[in-house]
Design a protein. Structure first.
Ligand code: E4P
Length: 214
């Protein structure tokens, strides 16, 4: 499983990029609104930091509007992926983008059928939302497992982005369930490094080293 960063914060993206583990970035309207500023300028900055798929979401609800917005965004850089919500209009837009060779990420996926439809419309990525399912007492990881199985059975090459990841267990489980990518907030990414035995080990090594030096 590859790692994407789920943020529109340029400082966070720079910080994660230095770790060498980030293969792409996902944004959404809430994340962009949180940062303020001009969306297009923000994207232009992000594509300079991470050389991989950068998802930028459309806000129109009709296919025509989505396509107009998406075409404008896609012109910014070859790595821009148009993020489209999972609706009938969204599927029409994904189909239109596919015909033009523009990559898409179908977002707000909460069922295997939605993922299958998005893939058949030509989506490059689908984003099932783990955390938001867990929030309503539905096991999100089961959805990732089902989508991965269906895509494997039918040789579908649309990639699964495990989204709405809230904690390290989601990451571990999503990787085992067959997600190709996990998109993580920086806080979750950094928490993956932590293990108490690692910290204790470093302390012990340093203590032994300093003792021997005396
Ligand atoms: C995915 O692409 C979304 O940006 C994101 O993962 C949503 O996460 P949330 O449910 O924590 O808002």
């Amino acid at each position: 499983m590859k790692f994407f960063l789920d943020t529109a914060n340029v400082a966070e993206i720079k910080s994660a990029a230095e770790l060498g583990v980030i293969a792409g970035v996902t944004t959404n309207p809430s994340l962009v609104a949180k940062e303020g500023g001009d969306f297009l300028e923000m994207l232009q900055e992000i594509v300079q930091i991470v050389d991989g798929p950068i998802s930028a979401e459309v806000i129109s609800l009709d296919a025509k509007g989505m396509v107009e917005e998406g075409e404008k965004l896609a012109k910014l850089h070859k790595n821009i992926v148009i993020k489209v919500p999972m609706t009938l209009e969204g599927l029409k837009a994904v189909h239109a983008f596919h015909k033009q060779g523009i990559k898409t990420n179908v977002t707000l996926i909460f069922s295997a059928n939605q993922a299958l439809l998005a893939a058949r419309a030509g989506a490059t990525f689908v984003s099932p939302f783990l955390g938001r399912l867990d929030d309503i007492s539905v096991e999100g990881i089961g959805l990732i497992r089902d989508i991965a199985e269906i895509f494997a059975i039918h040789s579908i090459d649309t990639e699964i982005i495990a989204a709405s990841i809230r904690h390290p267990m989601h990451v571990h489980q999503a990787a085992l369930a067959g997600a190709h990518i996990g998109t993580l907030p920086l806080k979750v990414l950094e928490s993956l490094v932590k293990h108490p035995l690692t910290d204790q080990g470093i302390e012990r090594f340093l203590a032994d080293w300093n003792q021997a030096k005396k």
